[in-house]
Ligand binder design. Structure first.
Ligand code: SF4
Ligand code: SF4
Length: 447
């Protein structure tokens, strides 16, 4: 690994193979402090806000609910409870537009106020045990906020035969436009780092690495200052490269460990968590607060006033966009998340969920694509695929229904990062075809 130690932090001079460096657009919001958005008129809580089983409502229409109260219980091991982010009344429980692109059953609450109450008993971070941290994270309904929304307590409970030696915190925020994690590092440094230490304690590991890209000098400076007295947490400054924040890329960039296809970070002794998740762990343990808020970036050339916001989960994007002074005339597409991996939203009633990291509004000019042309076999998609897949071939196999062949070529390992498509001169919708192929191939067996 080409690296050097400078002023206490580690500078990694090379990184994973492949990847791209899209225009960052961070300047639209990086200097905007986190702002607490006022209460919305309506809260919409989809029962599915995490990977795993959908939660089940334990309230009914016209029930009064209080801030922090559980309104939906988890089902089975991989699931998470949902808490009311306000005091209010249950207006309805029905299917409404969701961030998943189709309607999902949701609890709709009319808020009355969000007067602060004690949710859980605050716990002492110095005397708390690993088991108590994991239990609190579970009851607080925390899910990963790096994109996958996997229930965090599950990641903190690796199987007994998997020895974890390192916690890696993903502070890369490598998607263009997003600056939420950056603002958390600048404004909530103490709480964020206390959250990292709680996760280390939960995992019983002695070592943590914070991986950050070199396009965030202010955050690097602040973290470095704090970490001078924390020898167990090392700061690794990485070359800015998308998708550096993907778990496999980050593990390779910092530790040079390769997570084999079909395996997980815990198979190489690592757990990866995100900045916002670390803050939530701190809030759940030390402040006794369940996951009832999302911290997100609202950005893009199509929104009048880009901001970094703290909003109640369940807030419809229409209200968030109104708070950001509305849409510009040429606004054309709204995306949940960043431009590379985010999902388009077609209904402004769609609510923010626990893992929402951003709302991006693109203009007509930005979204106008030329017609997709035929593949010219230039190989540019292959050059940049960070996990050495053959994107053009996978897309073609899917397009022509050859799913078994696509399975043999590793289609299920594609993380849908969009890097190949970004680099394609013919605008071939590679990820679209790969997604279809993965969906069809997932139940097939390699013969
Ligand atoms: S979307 Fe899939 S095939 Fe394309 S670069 Fe990412 S991992 Fe590779
Ligand atoms: S980058 Fe596009 S045009 Fe080039 S080989 Fe890949 S799919 Fe074909």
């Amino acid at each position: 690994m080409k690296m050097e130690v400078m002023n206490g932090f580690v500078v990694v001079k090379d990184t994973f193979k492949g990847g791209v460096h899209p225009k960052e657009w961070k300047e639209l919001t990086e200097s905007k402090p986190l702002e607490i958005m006022p209460l919305p008129k309506e809260i919409i809580l989809p029962l599915q806000q995490h990977l795993g089983n959908e939660a089940v409502p334990i309230v009914k229409k016209k029930d009064k609910v209080v801030l922090g109260q559980i309104v939906a219980q988890p089902v089975g091991y991989i699931s998470a409870p949902i808490h009311s982010p306000v005091n209010g009344v249950v207006k309805d429980i029905k299917s409404v537009p969701s961030p998943f692109g189709f309607p999902k059953k949701s609890i709709i609450i009319t808020p009355e106020d969000s007067e602060t109450k004690q949710f859980f008993e605050p716990l002492d971070p110095y005397t708390i045990t690993s088991e108590q941290i994991i239990e609190r994270v579970k009851e607080a309904g925390i899910v990963g906020m790096g994109g996958a929304s996997f229930p965090t307590f599950v990641k903190l409970t690796p199987p007994k035969d998997k020895q974890i030696d390192t916690l890696i915190i993903n502070a890369c925020e490598c998607e263009p436009y997003l600056t939420r994690d950056y603002r958390i590092i600048l404004e909530r440094t103490d709480e964020f780092l206390a959250g990292v230490k709680l996760i280390m304690k939960a995992l019983k590991v002695e070592k943590a690495i914070i991986g950050i890209e070199d396009n965030k000098p202010k955050a690097i400076e602040i973290l470095n200052k704090y970490l001078l007295s924390e020898p167990s947490i090392k700061l690794y400054v990485l070359k800015t490269r998308y998708p550096q924040g993907a778990e496999k890329m980050l593990i390779y960039a910092t530790l040079r460990r390769v997570v084999p296809a079909g395996k997980l970070p815990l198979d190489v002794g690592v757990v990866v968590q995100n900045v916002a998740t670390s803050l939530s762990v701190y809030q759940a343990v030390v402040e006794g607060k369940p996951q009832i808020e999302a911290i997100l970036t609202v950005s893009g050339k199509g929104v009048v006033e880009p901001k970094n916001l703290i909003v109640k989960i369940g807030t419809p994007i229409q209200e968030i966009l109104n708070y950001c002074s509305g849409l510009k005339q040429d606004a054309s597409r709204i995306i949940f998340g960043g431009p590379m991996m985010g999902v388009p939203v077609f209904d402004l009633r769609t609510p923010v969920i626990k893992a929402t990291s951003g709302i991006l509004v693109l203009t007509e000019k930005e979204t106008r694509r030329g017609e997709s042309l035929n593949c010219v076999r230039c190989g540019k998609c292959i050059e940049v695929c960070p996990i050495n897949l053959y994107p053009t071939k996978l897309a073609r196999l899917s397009e022509f229904g050859k799913f078994e062949e696509a399975l043999k070529l590793g289609i299920m390992n594609c993380m849908e990062c969009g890097t190949c498509q970004y680099n394609c001169p013919s605008d071939v919708p590679i990820v679209h075809f790969v997604r279809i192929g993965k969906n069809k191939a997932k139940n097939l067996k390699i013969s």
